[in-house]
Design a protein around this ligand. Structure first.
Ligand SMILES: [Zn+2]
Length: 272
């Protein structure tokens, strides 16, 4: 599943090609289940910037128009000088770069849980209010975390970290990894955590993001690929997720549990 580091990688690979004047947009026959809003068509518009909030990509066009792209379980964007012929390509944007070269931006999504919203400025702004602070932004501070913990005292910290309306960008492997680096058991209730724990969560998030963004995102069976179709290599940075032995103490066996239906990993020695 594409998470923040993967989406950041895709963003960084698209950005150097902009601005891009969109010549045509072609949808697959089944793209209707992905394209949820069509307040405008990108055709004929200039794509000026690409941004990210949490796990969501924002294609910013001239005139405040925004295409919001959520990648779901298996979505991704490809950048190519030639038409993308990959199976499960649902949106193909053909554009002209400033130097006159043709560029294709293609949305590929085998499982089709992704979504795309072409929204005017107001609609985009409203849509984005459903997301909490992006965990890689300066908004994500110990004070912010502390405030959110107070709002939901009975929730367990690891599933809570996955709630995008509080922490935009956190995915399943990151949540286990953050709890490990913060030395907090994933099942701890929020009301048992201290301000120090909130500071440790902030630091842990930085460590996890640093490791994964640098290596181009993490890949698991399920298949994240970057815009060139290459799989990331981030898996080597993980300390508990899908690990046999804890990467922090290098002694204890990692324990797998299920919290709110999601596989969760922790070290009984390092976390309490
Ligand atoms: Zn350990």
């Amino acid at each position: 599943m594409p998470e923040l580091p993967e989406v950041e990688t895709i963003k960084n690979q698209i950005a150097p090609h902009l601005p891009l004047k969109v010549v045509s947009v072609v949808y697959s026959e089944v793209a209707g289940s992905i394209v949820k809003d069509k307040e405008f068509s990108p055709r004929g518009k200039v794509l000026e910037r690409v941004a990210r909030k949490g796990k969501v990509l924002l294609f910013e066009f001239e005139g405040g128009l925004v295409s919001i792209s959520g990648l779901g379980m298996s979505g991704g964007w490809r950048v190519s000088e030639t038409k993308v012929l990959e199976k499960h390509t649902h949106v193909q944007i053909k554009g002209l770069k400033e130097n006159g070269d043709t560029l294709f931006l293609a949305y590929v999504d085998p499982r089709r849980f992704g979504n795309l919203h072409h929204l005017k400025a107001e609609g985009a702004q409203k849509w984005l209010t459903r997301l909490g602070a992006d965990v890689s932004s300066p908004e994500f501070t110990a004070d912010y975390i502390w405030g959110r913990l107070q709002k939901c005292p009975q929730k367990e910290i690891k599933p809570f970290l996955l709630e995008q309306n509080h922490f935009a960008g956190v995915g399943n492997y990151m949540a286990s990894e953050v709890c490990a680096h913060a030395r907090i058991l994933p099942s701890r209730r929020n009301h048992t955590l201290t301000k120090k724990d909130a500071r440790n969560i902030e630091k842990a998030m930085k460590i996890v993001l640093e490791g994964t963004v640098k290596s181009g995102g993490t890949t698991f069976s399920g298949g994240y690929k970057d815009t060139t179709g290459n799989a990331g290599e981030g898996v080597k940075n993980l300390v508990v997720f899908y690990q046999q032995v804890c990467g922090l103490c290098e002694k204890s066996k990692v324990i797998k549990t299920v919290l709110k239906g999601r596989g969760t990993y922790h070290c009984p020695r390092c976390q309490n």
